[in-house]
Every structure is written in C-alpha cells, then in structure tokens.
Design a protein around this ligand. Structure first.
Ligand code: FAD
Length: 470
C-alpha cells in the first residue's frame, strides 16, 4: 500500500533552477492551485543574473523556439513579445558541399522564434537584450511565485522527510515538495541525487556556441529569415547551424568535443564562406560558450517529495529542449496538484509523460544515426534527398512529405515517430531512390546564386561609401 503525499493549503514548494523548466513548473503549479483554490507558496531559486550580458547571464543554447511551442504557449495566452524574439524564422536552408536547398513550410501559420536566453552577447557597448529565461521567470512571478536570486549550495531532508535548502549561510524551508530544475550543473545534480537517494545518470555531449557580429543589414542580406543547417562531413562534427539574431549570427556546433580548431575549419569551409559576407572577420567572435547537451536520462528522476524536470530530468533528443521542458513541467504540476508528490504518484502519472518522450527519442536515434552513418557519408543519397526536397518546394500544396520530414527534424516541431512515418511513405521513398540514382550523374542541386547575393551586397556597400564621402 503506497501512501500519497498531498499539497494542501499552506504547503510550500521549492524550485531549484529558474530556466524554462523551473519557470514553467512554477507557472503551472500556481495557475492550477489558483484554479482549484489551494494556497501553495512557490519559491524559485535561481543563481544567475539574467541582466548580465554574455555567458554569465545566459543559459547557453541555439535559441530556437519551435513552432509547436509557440503555438502551445499561444493557447495558454502566452505570446512572446517582440523584444524577446530576435528574429522570426520562416525557412530552413540546408547546405551540403556545393548544394543548397531552401525549405519553407507549406502553411504560413508555422512560426519559429530565434531568441537569446539571457541579455545577449558579451559585446562591449552592445545593447542589453530581453532574454527568454527572464521573461518566463517574470510570467511565473506574475502568477504569484517568489523569485529568490540565490544559488542553492546544500539540499537536505528533515526528520519528517521534508526538504531543507541552504544558500551560503542562509537556510530555507522546510518545503513539502522540491522541483529539481538545475539543468546539467554537476554540483546541483549531486545535491538532487543526495535528496533522491539514488543517482540520475545522463548521457551528454558537448556543444560549442559562438556569436559572430555581422550588423543588422548584413544579417538581412546574407542570412535573411532563415536558419542555415550544414550537412558537413568532416571528422567529429555531428551538427552545425547558423541562426540569425538581431545583428549577430549564432554559430552552433555539436560534435566530438568541439573546440576552436573545429570552429575554424567549419567557418573556413566553402559552404560557410559562400554564405557569409566576404569582408567578415570570422576570427572576431564576440561571445563563446561550451554547454552540455542531454542525450539520454538513464534513471527515474524522482522520489517522495522530489522530482526533477527539464534537462535535470528527461528531455527531447537534440531538438526542442525548451518545448520538452514546457510539456513535462506542465505534467509535473498537474501530477503534484491532482495526484500527489510521492514517488508512487510520479510513477503513475508524471513518468508516463517522460516515457512518451523517451520512447520517441528512440525513433529520433534512428533518424540521427541514419543521418550520421549513411546520409552524410553517401553523397548520391544525400543529394538525392536534397533534390527530392527541392522538387517538392517548387510545387504548390501540402504534399511535400520529404520537405516536411526535414523541416520537422531540424525544427523539432513534430514527434520523431511521425517524421519516420512521413519518410517511409511509399511515394516518398521511391522518389528519393530515383533522385539518388539521378545524382550519380547530375550535378548537386544548387539554390539561390550566392555570387549575385554578394555582388548586390558589394554594390550596396559601394553606394553607401559614395554617399558618405570622407
Ligand atoms: C548547444 C545547445 C543548443 C540548444 N539549442 C536549443 C534550441 O535551439 N531550442 C531548444 O528548445 N532547446 C535547445 N537546447 C536545449 C535547451 O537549452 C535545454 O533543453 C533547456 O535549456 C532546458 O531547460 P532547463 O530549465 O531544464 O535547464 P537550464 O536552461 O540549464 O536552466 C537551469 C537553471 O538552473 C539554475 N541553477 C542550476 N543550479 C542551481 C543552484 N544550485 N541554485 C540556483 N540555481 C541553479 C541555472 O543557473 C539555470 O538558470 C540546446 C542545448 C544546447 C546545449
């Protein structure tokens, strides 16, 4: 017989970590408690000052908010303000060797936002931006959660099993329920594990993020409202993307311990030099960080009165980590208020939602292993897929199955299982086979002529210099 532990009037909840997972959990806990008429205090502990530019005030990531998340937030009445959205992304451009293919969605309601997580790049004199994380924290505060801008150093339990926190010399608690939303911080994870009474192992990989300063006009001209994805084949690099944001380009590399050497090789490659302004100094990187990416969570992330969420718990493989944080934060809040906060309650409700994401990650692994092991290595197949996408893009209508499979793979907007189903539709698979055979003889598909984009830019620069005689 399992005893449930319930949140009642006067219960106290501590959330350690004020990234998306922590803010969304606080938001939904307060929202649901208000609706059912329970008075529960929610304290969010966050170590960072999100008004500081650069890595110190940022939860490092590519900064793409998927369209499925934009839509889910809109249905909750949460609209991302213009000041938070650094650029709306309307297309994805795939680059591979000489080939370039642009994918636009067949229906216009698909909207993706490129955001900064904190105050933006560490650029002396640069503007301080409104990041997503402080925006979500403010939404949680407006719902009645209390933000405590402190780092939690120690987490313990009292004799009745309730939670005690320590920030420096100051003690907080006891709390009836602890939400662990500290991302992949090792020190914080050790405290969560002590409180859980068992380890929560994660499989992770390193990423490298750079901000390049282009200026707003050059971003408009060269990158437009597109995210650029590179199907590179050089050793160690698994994924590379360039994302336009304001007057910067965010360069995001995932691979085998990516460092300066990998970034230099990537930025000097033909695909990238063709894309970026010819006069850009690629070595002038204004901001850089090397965050960890959660690939897999190997243990159940909960015990009585404690549950981990977001990157500390379970997340989506490679894509839409913020969207996964939203979905699981909501599920955790619903479980805590309507079922209880015992391990048994989490097992029966919250864990089912975590498992859905984990199962789908299994399909994601198939897609990414196929991409890494076969598609990237076999150029006729790679060009065959790009050619299929290009042909579909020239036709009107919704039957762009391969395009949508690629779009959803890179935007993270649909479950991986659905993407596989779309790729395996008989008509689609046979078209890819046919176009791969064509690719054995025909040159790779080329997109927009980059030379003309560069010539137009040089003409624009020339005109500007003429109108500003020194
Ligand atoms: C290279 C890269 C690119 C990515 N790109 C995208 C993308 O484009 N779109 C997307 O949706 N996802 C992306 N992700 C994934 C996304 O960043 C994460 O899934 C998401 O940030 C998880 O949110 P979180 O709240 O769980 O953790 P985090 O965002 O890491 O937040 C954890 C918070 O806890 C705080 N904290 C930790 N320990 C303590 C403590 N002891 N006391 C107080 N506070 C503490 C930290 O300061 C931090 O604010 C990317 C990840 C990486 C690495």
């Amino acid at each position: 017989m399992h005893e449930s532990i319930h949140l009642d009037d006067g219960s106290r909840v501590a959330i350690v970590g004020g990234g998306p997972a922590g803010s969304f959990t606080a938001y939904f806990l307060r929202e649901i408690c208000d609706r059912v008429g329970i008075e529960v205090d929610v304290d969010i502990f966050e170590a960072k000052d999100f008004s500081k530019p650069g890595p110190a005030g940022c939860n490092h990531c590519g900064g793409i908010v998927s369209e499925s998340l934009v839509q889910m937030l809109a249905s909750e009445g949460i609209i991302l303000p213009d000041a938070v959205v650094q650029r709306g992304i309307q297309a994805y451009v795939l680059h591979s060797g000489p080939a370039t293919v642009k994918i636009t969605p067949p229906v216009n309601e698909k909207r993706i936002a490129a955001i900064y997580r904190g105050a933006g790049p560490l650029a002396p004199g640069g503007p301080v931006r409104q990041g997503l994380d402080p925006h979500l924290l403010r939404l949680a505060e407006r719902k009645g959660a209390q933000l405590i801008n402190r780092k939690v150093h120690v987490i313990d339990r009292d004799s009745s099993g309730k939670i005690l926190l320590q920030c420096g010399q100051d003690r907080f608690g006891p709390y009836d329920f602890l939400v662990g939303a500290g991302g992949l911080s090792e020190a914080t994870k050790a405290q969560f594990e002590k409180c859980l009474g068992h380890p929560v192992r994660h499989k992770t990989t390193r990423a490298l993020i750079y901000e390049l300063y282009l200026g707003e006009q050059a971003v408009d001209h060269f990158l437009d409202h597109s995210m650029h994805v590179f199907l590179q084949t050089f050793k160690g690099l698994e994924f590379a993307a360039i994302i336009p944001k304001g007057e910067y380009a965010t360069v995001c590399l995932v691979g085998d311990d990516p460092g300066k050497e990998m970034a230099d090789t990537f930025l000097a490659s033909q695909e990238v030099t063709r894309l970026l302004p010819p006069d850009l100094d690629i070595y002038k990187r204004v901001c850089a960080c090397k965050p960890l990416l959660n690939l897999k969570t190997l243990d159940k992330p909960y015990a009585d009165r404690v549950a981990l969420v977001g990157d500390s718990g379970v997340t989506r493989l490679y894509k839409d980590g913020i969207g996964a944080a939203y979905r699981l934060a909501k599920s955790l809040a619903v479980t805590a208020v309507f079922q209880g906060v015992s391990a048994h309650d989490f097992d029966n409700f919250y864990w089912k939602k975590c498992r859905q994401i984990q199962k789908d990650n299994g399909y994601g692994e198939i897609i990414f292993n196929l991409g890494e092991g076969v598609i990237k290595r076999v150029s006729p197949l790679r060009y065959g897929i790009l050619r299929t996408v290009k042909n579909e893009q020239q036709k009107p209508g919704r039957k762009r199955f391969m395009s949508m499979a690629m779009w959803d793979t890179f935007t993270g907007s649909a479950p991986y299982k659905d993407i596989i189903k779309r790729m395996l539709r008989p008509g689609v698979a046979s078209r890819v086979v046919f176009q791969s055979l064509v690719s054995l003889f025909a040159p790779p598909p080329r997109g927009e002529n980059n030379d003309s984009v560069r010539r137009a830019w040089q003409a624009l620069q020339g005109r500007r210099e003429d109108s500003h005689p020194r």
